[in-house]
Design a protein around this ligand. Structure first.
Ligand code: ADP
Ligand code: ZN
Length: 628
């Protein structure tokens, strides 16, 4: 095994190149292991700081003459920005993908073969093509092939939803270049995917680093759908005016309609889904990354690898397919560690739709059963009366003690009122039973609720349902309460919603509920109390993680604004997203401390030596002008 000369100190390198004071979590262990030539499998949530785990070893190994690190990534659209970020930090990097013309590709190849390049980003199909492999062979012979980093490694698994055929070819790296260390990274944590990665990439002897998947700065909120648009609007107005965020919808049509409606409400809202032309998608993604305060309305086609750190909220207008999807999508909020919201509205129709999509799909029975199981886990999360974070973490195998309260989810912040719905559930089920007995057919939720509440309609009269013994037995509950009962019964699998008309039918387990053997506890349906506007910016929302810029005084705010203006000019000039120049937290610290010398500026987190040299004087001038 090759060892790196002790001259390269990772802490010093982290500070010099990236301007950060210290490694987080497992980063240092991973860096040490990989610097010393070990293979690694890194499982870390989105925003956990995976990039540094291979970038620091790449730089360190290059400095001691071990050559180039090849970073394999499926995200061609993002390579330009990733490379731009490294070059900004003074690290010589490049990418090879189909967006380059042949002259551009040749220039990169020359740099690669010269040994000057520290990191090369490439798509998997590029890495495994014979021409490219010949170049790697040549580097290898000269001892200039340092490391392979395989990003988004879950793409090698058919199990997940991002499977890429070309990732399977990457096994040849292990066979062809034994002795060149490999580090595989992903934010997908389930055992099945993990086993696939180890097996398919031949990482059996790699050391696994598994981080906690908790994202403490994300506040989880799940509200009952009443009028989704009004609810979303209230959420945006109360909490996220001017913030960048993502609104997920299930269908392309709903994406288009929602984006248009939000634009009409005064938001910079852009649609993104697979049905849009490639260059429209690219343009919208670019604007989301480069402009402030863009709301992306999207299907799940949007998001993988988007490393915009200041996404302040992710809202779901429709139910995701499962908890993995929910966690991955919501994980795109708050990568910078500042407070962010994961907000979802869901209702009876979502439950019915998701179940039907599974039932009607052409998949095999076993696969369907698995999907139903995953949906039920998600519904249990949505219906849950206790800490959402505890449920989420438990799902990913991280147990918390019973009674744990995270203090940063809706249920912890405002514990819901509970009521015992066992009797109500029995009434609903027996009414459905009576329908079948009496009419030989089932009915949907609307009619069921009318009958239970004793509401006389054309249908109740025509079908003779006013004579049923269950007519009016549930007049004590509101319509919303009954919807909650039915939704929960479907979520728990005691009721099935069938066919074109969503008629309700009892399942096998309904019997036990009818006999009163299963206790049903529900959250009290209530109007969500509007959260105090701006509560967070006064620091009372979640004191553990104040938002950097929000705690600035007036002078600080003026400096912050001036720095942002300066930053956006630089970003435009360099054709990069603003956060790559400096992120908000760094600007906020500059605004708060108002350093008056280069050495004071150098101590701010995020200011590495290259950026200090390139921008230091300009920044001091901007600050001086505001303060004078
Ligand atoms: P991931 O790829 O795991 O989603 P990133 O590598 O994009 O996460 O890191 C998320 C954010 O955290 C980035 O803005 C990054 O600069 C920042 N970050 C990572 N590690 C550190 C650290 N040790 N100190 C300060 N900031 C860090
Ligand atoms: Zn909680």
């Amino acid at each position: 095994m090759l060892t790196v000369s002790p001259a390269v100190d990772p802490d010093a390198l982290l500070h010099e190149v990236f301007g950060y004071a210290r490694f987080r979590g497992h980063q240092r262990d991973i860096v040490d292991h990989v610097m010393a030539g070990g293979d690694a499998l890194v499982l870390m949530p989105t925003g956990g700081g995976k990039s540094l785990c291979y970038q620091v070893p790449a730089i360190a190994r290059h400095r001691v003459g071990q050559g180039v690190t090849v970073v394999v990534s499926p995200l061609i659209a993002l390579m330009h920005d990733q490379v731009g970020a490294l070059e900004e930090a003074g690290v010589h990097a490049a990418f090879l993908n189909s967006t380059l013309d042949s002259a551009g590709a040749q220039a990169v190849e020359r740099e690669l073969l010269s040994g000057r390049l520290v990191m090369l980003y490439a798509a998997p199909e590029r890495v495994t093509n014979p021409r490219f492999l010949a170049m790697l062979d040549s580097l290898r012979e000269r001892g200039r092939l340092s490391l392979f980093a395989i990003d988004e490694a879950h793409c090698v698994s058919q199990w997940g939803h991002d499977f890429r055929e070309e990732y399977l070819q990457l096994a040849l790296l292990a066979e062809r270049y034994p002795g060149v260390p490999r580090i595989a990274l992903t934010a997908t944590a389930d055992d099945h995917t993990r086993a696939d990665i180890v097996h398919r990439l031949q990482l059996e002897s790699a050391r696994a680093f598994v981080a906690s998947f908790d994202r403490p700065n994300i506040r989880y909120t799940i509200v009952e759908k009443d009028n989704a648009r009004t609810q979303l609007l209230r959420f945006l107005r109360d909490e996220h005016e001017g913030d960048a965020g993502i609104v997920y919808c299930q269908s392309r049509r709903k994406v288009d309609e929602t984006a248009e409606w939000l634009a009409g409400e005064g938001y910079t809202a852009l649609p993104y889904h697979a049905g849009l032309e490639a260059d429209v998608r690219r343009r919208h993604q670019d604007r989301f990354l480069r402009e402030d305060g863009v709301v992306m309305v999207a299907t799940v086609a949007f998001g993988m690898g988007i490393d915009k750190p200041d996404v302040r909220f992710v809202a779901h207008l429709d139910l995701p397919k499962n908890i993995e999807g929910y966690y991955q999508e919501t994980g795109r909020a708050g990568r910078d560690g500042e407070p962010a919201d994961a907000w979802m509205t869901y209702g009876l129709a979502d439950v019915v739709n998701q179940r039907r999509m599974i039932d009607e799909s052409a998949a095999e029975e076993e696969f369907k059963r698995l999907q139903v199981g995953k949906l039920e886990a998600l519904l249990a999360l949505a219906e849950s009366l206790d800490c959402r974070r505890q449920r989420l973490l438990a799902y990913f195998g991280e147990a918390k003690p019973t009674g744990y309260r995270c203090g940063n989810c809706d249920n912890c912040l405002q514990p819901p009122e509970r009521w015992d719905a066992t009797e109500a559930a029995r009434k609903a089920l027996s009414c459905i039973y009576r329908f079948r007995q009496h009419s030989g057919i089932g009915y949907g939720a609307g009619h069921l609720i009318d009958v239970l509440r004793g509401k006389s309609t054309d249908k109740t009269r025509e079908r003779g349902h006013e004579q049923l013994s269950t007519f009016g037995i549930g007049a004590d509950l509101s319509e919303a309460q009954w919807r909650g009962v039915i939704r929960q019964l479907i979520a728990l699998g005691h009721l099935a919603s069938e066919g074109e008309y969503n008629t309700l039918a009892l399942t096998d387990s309904a019997r036990a509920v009818l006999r009163g053997e299963i206790k049903i506890e529900l959250r009290e349906a209530r109007e969500p109390a509007p959260r105090v506007r701006g509560s967070r910016s006064r620091g009372s929302g979640n004191p553990k993680v104040p938002r950097a810029a929000a705690v600035l005084d007036d002078a600080g705010q003026a400096r912050f604004a001036a720095l942002k203006t300066w930053r956006s000019e630089v970003a435009k000039e360099h054709n990069l997203p603003a956060y790559i120049v400096f992120n908000d937290a760094t600007l906020a610290q500059m605004a708060s401390e108002s350093p008056d010398s280069l050495s004071a500026l150098a101590s701010i987190s995020g200011v590495g030596s290259k950026k200090l040299e390139a921008y230091g004087r300009q920044i001091l001038r901007v600050l001086e002008q505001v303060d004078s």
